[in-house]
Design a protein around this ligand. Sequence first.
Ligand SMILES: NC(=O)c1ccc[n+]([C@@H]2O[C@H](COP(=O)([O-])OP(=O)(O)OC[C@H]3O[C@@H](n4cnc5c(N)ncnc54)[C@H](OP(=O)(O)O)[C@@H]3O)[C@@H](O)[C@H]2O)c1
Length: 334
Amino acid sequence: MAHTSREVRLKSRPVGTPKAENFEVASVTLADPGPGEVLVKNLWMSVDPYMRGRMYDRESYVPPFQIGEALQGGAVGQVVASGDPAFKAGDLVESMFGWREAFVGPAGALQKLPASNAPPQAYLGVLGMPGMTAYTGLLNIGDPKPGETVFVSGGAGAVGSIVAQIAKIKGCTVVASVGSDDKAKWLKGVGVDEVVNYKTCGDLLAAVRAAAPKGIDVYFDNVGGEHLEVALEVARPGARFAECGMISQYNDTEPKPGPRNLIYVVGKSLKIQGFIVSNYWSQRAQFLTDMTQWIAEGKIKWEETVENGIENAPKAFLNLFSGANTGKMLVKLS
Ligand SMILES: NC(=O)c1ccc[n+]([C@@H]2O[C@H](COP(=O)([O-])OP(=O)(O)OC[C@H]3O[C@@H](n4cnc5c(N)ncnc54)[C@H](OP(=O)(O)O)[C@@H]3O)[C@@H](O)[C@H]2O)c1
């Protein structure tokens, strides 16, 4: 029996900030799954800032998206029909076959969701890639100790909000920067000590200095640019910088000069290390154990921003760059 699905394709490579016309929605017909294949109907899909990097035609740690082809990304869905004994109809699975309503994929590319009380879309957020990014980047590179001060930019996002709360669990003072007062209010509500609205504060350096008068011991960077310069300025000797992302520069058409005050890395003996969450894949079981426990204890809370329907997936993606999301940006498929 044939099944129909819609998928989002890259129509043209964005120059600067992506626009709706860089994407197109197309219908496809799917055959029944053959041996070793599974037909999955996606329920939720993730849009993530790193996908912007895959829209450039250049080598990176993941291959570029191809024009005219469906995009890829994290998704959770339900098995409709299976040609593989490891999966049966009704199973909830995670895959990288997002940006489409349904797909036929190899069983080896699917992972069953663990049995848990969490809603399935949590495996695209707090219990998925963004949560694990926060956990592994902060704990392995930031190495926060009780009493230290942690500064996190993009503080109300999928990664940043979890970083902020794990840092609180580790006994730190937490300073976050965000792009709206509503985001600041939410973060204060989950226990973050100081929140700076970088869009309205005027002088970001003065605002972060006031929020962290003794300086910072850890910087978790989601934003780059001016935020990184400010963090270098307020860093205490021996501070650790977890370089997770630099979203303020993803749409630049020319590379920006590096931080003008990078010289502090020497005099302050700073450790600055970038990472990709997959570097720490071996820590996934420990991450899930800790995060599940913290959620059960009420120590980690999360927000979702949801767009409905595959046709709104490009909009959800574009909205990441204007800060329309609080917490994890998701697309719900009917
Ligand atoms: N290294 C890894 O393995 C890894 C894995 C996942 C994510 N990341 C990175 O982590 C960062 C956060 O990802 P996420 O999935 O959690 O996204 P997110 O923070 O949920 O969403 C992006 C947020 O970035 C902020 N933003 C957008 N443009 C900005 C700009 N020009 N200046 C400052 N802030 C800006 C917006 O919040 P405001 O309203 O606060 O501006 C927006 O809501 C990104 O840089 C991403 O690439 C890295």
